[in-house]
Design a protein around this ligand. Structure first.
Ligand code: PLP
Length: 355
Protein backbone atom coordinates (compact mmCIF):
# COMPACT_ATOMS: atom_id res chain seq x y z
CA UNK A 1 0.00 0.00 0.00
CA UNK A 2 1.26 3.46 -0.91
CA UNK A 3 2.05 5.09 2.43
CA UNK A 4 0.02 8.28 1.91
CA UNK A 5 -2.87 8.78 4.35
CA UNK A 6 -5.05 11.67 5.43
CA UNK A 7 -5.95 11.10 9.05
CA UNK A 8 -9.05 12.92 10.28
CA UNK A 9 -8.96 13.64 13.99
CA UNK A 10 -12.53 13.45 15.25
CA UNK A 11 -11.64 14.76 18.70
CA UNK A 12 -10.05 17.82 17.06
CA UNK A 13 -13.33 18.46 15.20
CA UNK A 14 -15.25 18.23 18.48
CA UNK A 15 -12.70 20.44 20.22
CA UNK A 16 -13.04 23.07 17.49
CA UNK A 17 -16.83 23.03 17.75
CA UNK A 18 -16.28 23.66 21.46
CA UNK A 19 -14.18 26.70 20.55
CA UNK A 20 -17.07 27.99 18.44
CA UNK A 21 -19.42 27.50 21.40
CA UNK A 22 -17.07 29.34 23.75
CA UNK A 23 -16.83 32.30 21.36
CA UNK A 24 -20.56 32.43 20.64
CA UNK A 25 -22.28 30.91 23.68
CA UNK A 26 -25.69 32.36 22.92
CA UNK A 27 -25.83 31.49 19.22
CA UNK A 28 -26.92 28.32 17.50
CA UNK A 29 -24.39 26.79 15.17
CA UNK A 30 -24.73 25.88 11.52
CA UNK A 31 -21.65 23.69 11.02
CA UNK A 32 -20.59 24.43 7.44
CA UNK A 33 -19.82 21.09 5.80
CA UNK A 34 -20.01 22.05 2.12
CA UNK A 35 -17.42 20.67 -0.32
CA UNK A 36 -17.35 17.25 1.38
CA UNK A 37 -16.75 19.00 4.71
CA UNK A 38 -13.79 20.92 3.30
CA UNK A 39 -12.27 17.64 2.12
CA UNK A 40 -12.70 15.84 5.47
CA UNK A 41 -15.68 13.67 4.49
CA UNK A 42 -19.31 14.77 4.80
CA UNK A 43 -20.78 12.00 6.94
CA UNK A 44 -17.62 11.52 9.00
CA UNK A 45 -17.66 15.18 10.01
CA UNK A 46 -21.42 15.24 10.56
CA UNK A 47 -20.97 12.31 12.96
CA UNK A 48 -18.20 14.11 14.86
CA UNK A 49 -20.21 17.33 14.94
CA UNK A 50 -23.63 15.85 15.59
CA UNK A 51 -23.92 18.28 18.50
CA UNK A 52 -24.26 21.18 16.04
CA UNK A 53 -27.71 22.78 15.86
CA UNK A 54 -27.67 22.68 12.08
CA UNK A 55 -25.55 21.95 9.04
CA UNK A 56 -24.91 24.12 6.01
CA UNK A 57 -23.98 22.82 2.58
CA UNK A 58 -24.08 24.00 -1.01
CA UNK A 59 -24.84 20.66 -2.64
CA UNK A 60 -28.40 19.33 -2.59
CA UNK A 61 -27.04 15.75 -2.76
CA UNK A 62 -25.11 16.33 0.45
CA UNK A 63 -28.21 17.63 2.21
CA UNK A 64 -30.14 14.53 1.16
CA UNK A 65 -27.31 12.25 2.30
CA UNK A 66 -27.41 13.92 5.72
CA UNK A 67 -31.16 13.33 6.00
CA UNK A 68 -30.82 9.75 4.81
CA UNK A 69 -28.17 9.22 7.47
CA UNK A 70 -30.73 10.31 10.05
CA UNK A 71 -29.71 13.88 10.91
CA UNK A 72 -32.73 15.91 11.93
CA UNK A 73 -31.11 19.30 12.46
CA UNK A 74 -31.80 22.27 10.21
CA UNK A 75 -29.89 21.93 6.95
CA UNK A 76 -29.19 25.15 5.06
CA UNK A 77 -28.45 25.34 1.33
CA UNK A 78 -26.07 28.29 1.09
CA UNK A 79 -26.66 29.00 -2.62
CA UNK A 80 -30.33 28.06 -2.43
CA UNK A 81 -32.05 26.38 -5.35
CA UNK A 82 -30.95 26.46 -8.95
CA UNK A 83 -34.10 25.05 -10.56
CA UNK A 84 -37.72 24.68 -9.43
CA UNK A 85 -37.48 20.91 -10.03
CA UNK A 86 -35.42 20.75 -6.84
CA UNK A 87 -38.31 22.01 -4.72
CA UNK A 88 -39.96 18.65 -3.96
CA UNK A 89 -36.63 17.44 -2.55
CA UNK A 90 -36.47 20.51 -0.33
CA UNK A 91 -39.94 20.00 1.06
CA UNK A 92 -39.51 16.26 1.48
CA UNK A 93 -36.32 16.77 3.47
CA UNK A 94 -37.19 20.09 5.15
CA UNK A 95 -34.15 21.88 3.72
CA UNK A 96 -33.61 25.59 4.27
CA UNK A 97 -32.57 27.42 1.09
CA UNK A 98 -30.87 30.79 0.97
CA UNK A 99 -32.97 33.08 -1.20
CA UNK A 100 -30.85 35.69 -2.93
CA UNK A 101 -32.53 36.55 -6.24
CA UNK A 102 -35.95 37.54 -7.54
CA UNK A 103 -35.74 34.43 -9.72
CA UNK A 104 -35.56 32.24 -6.63
CA UNK A 105 -38.56 33.99 -5.08
CA UNK A 106 -40.46 33.26 -8.29
CA UNK A 107 -39.38 29.63 -8.21
CA UNK A 108 -40.98 29.25 -4.78
CA UNK A 109 -44.38 29.77 -6.36
CA UNK A 110 -43.90 26.39 -8.07
CA UNK A 111 -44.30 24.71 -4.66
CA UNK A 112 -47.47 22.65 -4.32
CA UNK A 113 -50.32 24.15 -2.34
CA UNK A 114 -49.76 23.77 1.39
CA UNK A 115 -46.00 23.21 1.05
CA UNK A 116 -43.91 25.60 3.09
CA UNK A 117 -40.20 26.10 3.59
CA UNK A 118 -38.05 27.86 6.16
CA UNK A 119 -35.73 30.17 4.22
CA UNK A 120 -32.69 32.36 4.68
CA UNK A 121 -33.10 35.76 3.04
CA UNK A 122 -29.70 36.96 1.94
CA UNK A 123 -28.68 40.60 1.87
CA UNK A 124 -25.64 41.88 0.01
CA UNK A 125 -23.59 43.99 2.41
CA UNK A 126 -20.54 44.56 0.24
CA UNK A 127 -19.26 41.21 -0.91
CA UNK A 128 -21.22 41.86 -4.12
CA UNK A 129 -21.59 38.20 -4.81
CA UNK A 130 -24.97 36.88 -3.65
CA UNK A 131 -27.82 38.70 -1.96
CA UNK A 132 -30.41 41.41 -2.42
CA UNK A 133 -29.22 44.97 -2.48
CA UNK A 134 -30.21 46.80 0.72
CA UNK A 135 -32.59 48.90 -1.38
CA UNK A 136 -34.35 45.77 -2.69
CA UNK A 137 -34.43 44.00 0.63
CA UNK A 138 -37.79 45.40 1.81
CA UNK A 139 -39.55 44.37 -1.40
CA UNK A 140 -38.00 40.90 -1.31
CA UNK A 141 -39.04 40.42 2.31
CA UNK A 142 -42.57 41.54 1.56
CA UNK A 143 -42.89 39.15 -1.39
CA UNK A 144 -41.73 36.26 0.79
CA UNK A 145 -44.06 37.20 3.64
CA UNK A 146 -47.08 37.72 1.43
CA UNK A 147 -46.60 34.44 -0.46
CA UNK A 148 -48.01 31.23 0.97
CA UNK A 149 -44.90 29.06 0.79
CA UNK A 150 -42.63 30.43 3.48
CA UNK A 151 -42.94 29.29 7.09
CA UNK A 152 -40.05 31.28 8.56
CA UNK A 153 -37.42 33.77 7.44
CA UNK A 154 -33.92 34.23 8.83
CA UNK A 155 -31.88 37.19 7.60
CA UNK A 156 -28.47 36.28 6.27
CA UNK A 157 -25.40 38.10 5.09
CA UNK A 158 -21.79 37.12 4.47
CA UNK A 159 -18.80 39.34 5.23
CA UNK A 160 -16.09 40.05 2.67
CA UNK A 161 -13.36 41.18 5.09
CA UNK A 162 -14.01 39.73 8.52
CA UNK A 163 -10.46 38.31 8.50
CA UNK A 164 -8.57 41.56 7.86
CA UNK A 165 -8.24 45.12 9.12
CA UNK A 166 -11.35 46.35 7.32
CA UNK A 167 -13.53 44.16 9.53
CA UNK A 168 -17.31 44.19 9.54
CA UNK A 169 -18.38 47.63 10.79
CA UNK A 170 -19.51 48.87 7.39
CA UNK A 171 -21.45 45.77 6.32
CA UNK A 172 -23.04 45.53 9.75
CA UNK A 173 -24.22 49.12 9.41
CA UNK A 174 -25.53 48.40 5.91
CA UNK A 175 -27.47 45.44 7.28
CA UNK A 176 -28.89 47.47 10.16
CA UNK A 177 -29.98 50.16 7.71
CA UNK A 178 -31.67 47.68 5.38
CA UNK A 179 -33.42 45.75 8.13
CA UNK A 180 -34.30 48.47 10.63
CA UNK A 181 -37.45 47.48 12.50
CA UNK A 182 -37.41 43.94 11.13
CA UNK A 183 -37.62 41.50 14.03
CA UNK A 184 -36.37 38.34 12.38
CA UNK A 185 -33.59 35.98 13.43
CA UNK A 186 -30.22 36.54 11.81
CA UNK A 187 -27.17 34.63 10.66
CA UNK A 188 -24.09 36.66 9.80
CA UNK A 189 -20.79 35.31 11.04
CA UNK A 190 -18.28 33.00 9.35
CA UNK A 191 -15.26 31.72 11.30
CA UNK A 192 -13.31 34.99 11.24
CA UNK A 193 -16.30 37.00 12.46
CA UNK A 194 -17.08 34.41 15.15
CA UNK A 195 -13.58 34.77 16.54
CA UNK A 196 -13.27 38.55 16.25
CA UNK A 197 -16.71 40.14 16.41
CA UNK A 198 -19.14 39.14 19.18
CA UNK A 199 -21.49 41.85 17.87
CA UNK A 200 -21.99 39.70 14.75
CA UNK A 201 -22.87 36.46 16.51
CA UNK A 202 -26.64 36.96 16.36
CA UNK A 203 -28.96 33.92 16.37
CA UNK A 204 -26.98 31.50 14.23
CA UNK A 205 -23.26 31.46 13.45
CA UNK A 206 -21.81 29.68 10.40
CA UNK A 207 -18.33 28.34 11.17
CA UNK A 208 -16.49 26.51 8.43
CA UNK A 209 -12.72 26.62 8.36
CA UNK A 210 -12.27 26.93 12.13
CA UNK A 211 -14.05 23.60 12.64
CA UNK A 212 -11.31 21.97 10.61
CA UNK A 213 -8.59 23.52 12.73
CA UNK A 214 -7.27 26.04 10.25
CA UNK A 215 -6.92 29.69 11.15
CA UNK A 216 -9.14 32.08 9.19
CA UNK A 217 -6.59 34.85 9.67
CA UNK A 218 -3.46 35.61 7.66
CA UNK A 219 -0.09 35.02 9.34
CA UNK A 220 -1.68 32.91 12.07
CA UNK A 221 -1.85 29.16 12.53
CA UNK A 222 -4.50 27.13 14.31
CA UNK A 223 -2.67 26.66 17.61
CA UNK A 224 -2.28 30.45 17.92
CA UNK A 225 -6.06 30.75 18.10
CA UNK A 226 -6.82 27.68 20.20
CA UNK A 227 -7.80 25.36 17.36
CA UNK A 228 -6.56 21.85 16.59
CA UNK A 229 -5.90 20.72 13.01
CA UNK A 230 -8.40 18.05 12.00
CA UNK A 231 -6.54 16.70 8.96
CA UNK A 232 -3.00 15.38 8.94
CA UNK A 233 -1.71 14.39 5.52
CA UNK A 234 1.20 12.03 6.11
CA UNK A 235 3.36 9.80 3.98
CA UNK A 236 6.82 8.26 4.04
CA UNK A 237 10.19 8.63 2.46
CA UNK A 238 10.38 6.14 -0.45
CA UNK A 239 13.97 6.86 -1.55
CA UNK A 240 17.00 8.75 -0.30
CA UNK A 241 19.82 9.98 -2.51
CA UNK A 242 23.16 11.62 -1.99
CA UNK A 243 23.75 14.48 -4.43
CA UNK A 244 26.95 16.21 -5.44
CA UNK A 245 27.30 19.92 -6.01
CA UNK A 246 25.68 20.71 -9.37
CA UNK A 247 23.13 17.84 -9.32
CA UNK A 248 19.58 18.97 -10.10
CA UNK A 249 16.29 17.65 -8.70
CA UNK A 250 12.97 17.07 -10.42
CA UNK A 251 11.28 18.23 -13.63
CA UNK A 252 12.84 21.28 -15.20
CA UNK A 253 15.90 20.85 -12.96
CA UNK A 254 14.75 23.98 -11.13
CA UNK A 255 16.76 23.22 -7.99
CA UNK A 256 20.46 22.52 -8.17
CA UNK A 257 22.55 21.44 -5.18
CA UNK A 258 25.18 24.07 -4.39
CA UNK A 259 27.15 21.55 -2.37
CA UNK A 260 26.84 17.89 -1.50
CA UNK A 261 23.27 17.30 -0.30
CA UNK A 262 20.95 14.56 0.81
CA UNK A 263 17.49 14.47 -0.69
CA UNK A 264 14.52 12.30 0.29
CA UNK A 265 11.72 11.44 -2.11
CA UNK A 266 8.23 11.44 -0.54
CA UNK A 267 5.16 9.64 -1.89
CA UNK A 268 2.84 12.62 -2.32
CA UNK A 269 2.32 14.82 -5.36
CA UNK A 270 -0.15 17.13 -7.00
CA UNK A 271 -2.41 14.23 -7.98
CA UNK A 272 -2.92 13.80 -4.24
CA UNK A 273 -3.84 17.43 -3.72
CA UNK A 274 -0.44 18.77 -2.74
CA UNK A 275 -0.09 22.14 -4.51
CA UNK A 276 2.16 22.06 -7.56
CA UNK A 277 2.77 25.76 -7.01
CA UNK A 278 4.53 25.11 -3.70
CA UNK A 279 8.04 26.44 -4.38
CA UNK A 280 11.38 25.19 -3.14
CA UNK A 281 11.41 25.97 0.58
CA UNK A 282 7.88 24.87 1.43
CA UNK A 283 7.91 23.35 4.95
CA UNK A 284 7.78 19.55 5.35
CA UNK A 285 8.09 17.59 8.59
CA UNK A 286 10.40 14.60 8.12
CA UNK A 287 10.64 12.43 11.19
CA UNK A 288 10.83 15.01 13.96
CA UNK A 289 12.59 17.66 11.85
CA UNK A 290 11.01 20.50 9.94
CA UNK A 291 12.75 20.85 6.59
CA UNK A 292 11.78 22.07 3.11
CA UNK A 293 10.87 20.91 -0.35
CA UNK A 294 13.35 21.21 -3.19
CA UNK A 295 12.53 21.37 -6.90
CA UNK A 296 9.16 20.98 -8.55
CA UNK A 297 6.32 18.98 -7.03
CA UNK A 298 5.45 16.22 -9.48
CA UNK A 299 2.28 14.19 -9.88
CA UNK A 300 3.08 11.45 -7.39
CA UNK A 301 6.18 12.63 -5.55
CA UNK A 302 7.97 15.54 -4.06
CA UNK A 303 11.54 15.92 -2.87
CA UNK A 304 12.82 17.31 0.40
CA UNK A 305 16.20 18.43 1.61
CA UNK A 306 17.38 16.13 4.39
CA UNK A 307 21.02 17.22 4.36
CA UNK A 308 22.47 16.67 7.80
CA UNK A 309 19.41 14.76 9.03
CA UNK A 310 21.19 11.45 9.34
CA UNK A 311 18.32 9.39 10.71
CA UNK A 312 16.22 9.75 7.55
CA UNK A 313 15.82 6.54 5.55
CA UNK A 314 13.24 4.74 3.44
CA UNK A 315 10.15 4.50 5.62
CA UNK A 316 10.76 7.63 7.70
CA UNK A 317 7.37 9.26 8.35
CA UNK A 318 6.62 12.61 6.70
CA UNK A 319 3.89 15.12 7.54
CA UNK A 320 2.90 17.15 4.48
CA UNK A 321 0.45 19.17 6.56
CA UNK A 322 -1.42 18.86 9.83
CA UNK A 323 -0.05 18.06 13.27
CA UNK A 324 3.43 19.56 13.58
CA UNK A 325 3.31 21.25 10.17
CA UNK A 326 0.40 23.70 9.92
CA UNK A 327 -1.48 23.67 6.60
CA UNK A 328 -1.56 27.48 6.79
CA UNK A 329 2.21 27.56 6.19
CA UNK A 330 2.06 25.29 3.14
CA UNK A 331 -0.77 27.43 1.77
CA UNK A 332 1.17 30.62 2.41
CA UNK A 333 4.22 29.24 0.57
CA UNK A 334 2.04 28.17 -2.36
CA UNK A 335 0.23 31.51 -2.58
CA UNK A 336 -3.14 30.19 -1.47
CA UNK A 337 -5.18 29.53 1.66
CA UNK A 338 -5.60 26.43 3.81
CA UNK A 339 -9.22 26.17 2.61
CA UNK A 340 -8.08 25.36 -0.92
CA UNK A 341 -5.56 22.70 0.11
CA UNK A 342 -8.00 20.92 2.43
CA UNK A 343 -10.83 20.95 -0.14
CA UNK A 344 -8.50 19.69 -2.88
CA UNK A 345 -7.47 16.48 -1.11
CA UNK A 346 -7.66 13.99 -3.98
CA UNK A 347 -10.01 11.00 -4.01
CA UNK A 348 -7.07 8.59 -4.36
CA UNK A 349 -5.73 9.48 -0.91
CA UNK A 350 -6.65 6.89 1.70
CA UNK A 351 -8.49 8.39 4.65
CA UNK A 352 -8.20 7.14 8.21
CA UNK A 353 -9.98 8.28 11.35
CA UNK A 354 -8.53 9.03 14.73
CA UNK A 355 -11.18 8.86 17.42
C1 PLP B 1 -18.39 28.77 3.33
C2 PLP B 1 -19.29 29.71 4.01
C3 PLP B 1 -19.18 29.94 5.39
C4 PLP B 1 -18.04 29.40 6.23
O1 PLP B 1 -16.94 30.27 6.08
P1 PLP B 1 -15.56 30.01 6.87
O2 PLP B 1 -14.70 31.15 6.46
O3 PLP B 1 -15.04 28.71 6.34
O4 PLP B 1 -15.90 29.97 8.30
C5 PLP B 1 -20.13 30.72 5.99
N1 PLP B 1 -21.13 31.28 5.27
C6 PLP B 1 -21.25 31.11 3.94
C7 PLP B 1 -22.34 31.77 3.20
C8 PLP B 1 -20.32 30.33 3.26
O5 PLP B 1 -20.45 30.17 1.94
Amino acid sequence: MRPLTATIDLSALRHNLGVVRRHAPRSKVFAVIKANAYGHGLLRVARALEGADGFAVVELESAVRLREAGYRQKIALLEGIFDPRELPVLTEHRLVPAIHTVEQIEMLSALSAGCKLDVLLKVNTGMNRLGFQPSQFGAALERLQSGSHVSSITLMTHFANADDARGIAEPLQTLEGASAGVALPRTLANSAAIMRYPEAHADWVRPGIMLYGCSPFPNTVAVDVGLRPAMTLASEVIAVRELSAGDAVGYGSTWVAERAARVAVVACGYADGYPRHAPTGTPVLVGARLTRTVGRVSMDMLCVDVSGIEAVRVGTPVVLWGEGNPVENIAEAAGTVGYELLCALAPRVRVAEKP
